[in-house]
Design a protein around this ligand. Structure first.
Ligand SMILES: Cc1cc2nc3c(=O)[nH]c(=O)nc-3n(C[C@H](O)[C@H](O)[C@H](O)COP(=O)(O)O)c2cc1C
Length: 420
């Protein structure tokens, strides 16, 4: 087993739509894109018409590595990554610099340009970094707009004070790109699980047939890894027990690499003592060959029969512990989703189960194992919640918040009626 404590970038896998508007500070946006990317984010840039007077789309395309989005009513653009797709893709919409005019358009909820439409269509957090002359910033109209945006939960980053491009001195300078990256990193941290220890299992297991062959499944590990990342961002200390995947180790997570169901069982039980929440997202093999052959099986006969035996039931074994953690299981089902999920919830004495349909998606494509998106039906003893199809990173954040709230309510850390 390999125990690794890695350093990873804090914005790894974060999808950021960066809106750039017509401010002199737009020249800093290119540097901001570079720094967001260095911190691990993927960035798509939307430029207003005004912004293109200050910095060229070509520059922003070169630094972001993606085509710059400029127009709303554009057949070609809508046929590619249209405004709804951009809005759904974003984990965060960041407008930097945000002009005074942009702030007032946001207050009105205007959707007559691409940036406005994406802001309206996105359910992810929105952050704005105002940049303007100090008198424009102090103007009561701007101050009123900022106050209204704050009441809607929009994050206002800055502005900084100091010397301005126009020669004035005062508040209104856009925060420097380094500071904006730090602020953005902070936006992904909720703290709802601070002081809580979480163990997540992820990925497939491999059950050896002989020294060169094994039985496995199509789990990519993406959901479990996204859950580990979301738990870290919620402030938890996270151990990820992972089957073989090609995924990078999530930020600030301690990963224990295993191959077989037995190794996963042993690794889980070696570390379970202080764990508060256990999330079993791994696709653990149900059966393994009774005995792996010592030598490679030869192709001598026309048929080959493998005798299989049940593997360890990791979920049930953890749920059966005297001082057990809060137990969250996953059920990947091709049919009878609700019935099968509830059966597993009760049979394994789980606190919560997240069921996902795997295989063909009725709306096209595949759901579940290899996909970047998923939809979940979550059940607990006296409730349930449907989480519609969305990127696994966003789904993981919502699920982790739900788990945190249920966990805290059952441990009387917060009262259920204080739930949002
Ligand atoms: C040279 C110059 C610099 C400007 N700088 C700013 C600025 O820093 N902040 C701002 O709010 N507006 C600034 N403006 C005005 C905006 O460009 C203008 O309000 C524009 O309509 C904003 O459009 P947009 O928000 O759609 O990009 C500037 C205008 C000029 C000509």
């Amino acid at each position: 087993m390999d125990y690794t404590v890695p350093y990873m970038k804090r914005l790894t896998n974060k999808h950021i739509v960066l809106g750039v508007t017509g401010s002199i500070a737009a020249y800093k946006s290119a540097d901001l894109v570079r720094k967001l990317k260095t911190a691990g984010a993927e960035v798509h840039v939307i430029m207003t018409k005004g912004a293109t007077e200050f910095i060229t789309p070509l520059t922003m395309q070169a630094v972001s590595g993606n085509e710059v989005h400029q127009s709303l009513l554009d057949e070609k653009a809508e046929a590619g990554m249209g405004h709804i797709q951009l809005a759904r893709w974003a984990d965060l919409v960041l407008i930097a610099p945000a002009s005074a005019d942009c702030l007032s358009r946001l207050v009105l909820g205007r959707g007559d340009d691409l940036l406005g439409a994406v802001c309206l269509a996105s359910t992810s957090p929105l952050a704005v970094a105002p940049a303007m002359n100090q008198a424009m910033w102090k103007d009561p109209a701007t101050q009123e707009n900022v106050a209204k945006l704050k009441t809607r939960g929009i994050h206002i980053l800055g502005p900084a004070e100091g010397e301005q491009a126009c020669g004035d001195t005062g508040p209104g300078r856009m925060l420097e790109p380094d500071d904006l990256v730090t602020e953005v990193e902070g936006l992904f941290e909720s703290g709802i699980l601070s002081g809580v220890k979480v163990m997540v299992t992820a990925g497939p297991t491999q059950e050896d047939i002989d020294p060169v062959r094994f039985i496995s499944n199509r789990s990519s590990g993406k959901m479990g890894y996204a859950l580990a990342q979301a738990a870290v961002e919620a402030g938890a200390e996270v151990i990820l027990v992972s089957g073989p995947t090609s995924l990078p180790i999530p930020d600030r997570t301690r990963r224990i690499d295993i191959r077989s169901a037995r190794e996963m069982h042993d690794a889980v039980h070696a570390e379970i003592k202080d764990i508060d929440i256990f999330i079993g997202a791994a696709a653990v093999a149900d059966y393994r060959p009774i005995e792996a052959e010592a030598g490679k099986i030869k192709k001598d006969s026309d048929t080959l029969t493998l005798q299989m035996t049940k593997t360890e039931d990791i979920l049930a074994s953890v749920a059966g512990l005297k001082d057990r953690p809060y137990m969250v299981g996953f059920a990947a089902e091709t049919d009878n989703l609700e019935a099968n999920a509830l059966k597993k919830l009760n049979a394994k004495q789980l606190d919560m189960i997240a069921a996902n349909r795997v295989g063909e998606d009725p709306t096209g494509g595949t759901l579940g194992f290899e996909s970047d998106e998923n939809a979940l039906s979550v059940f607990w003893q006296d409730g349930n919640k449907e989480l519609s199809r969305m990127p696994k990173s966003q789904l993981a954040r919502i699920l982790v918040e739900l788990i945190a709230r249920r966990y805290k309510s059952e441990h009387n850390i917060i009262r259920p009626e204080s739930f949002g």
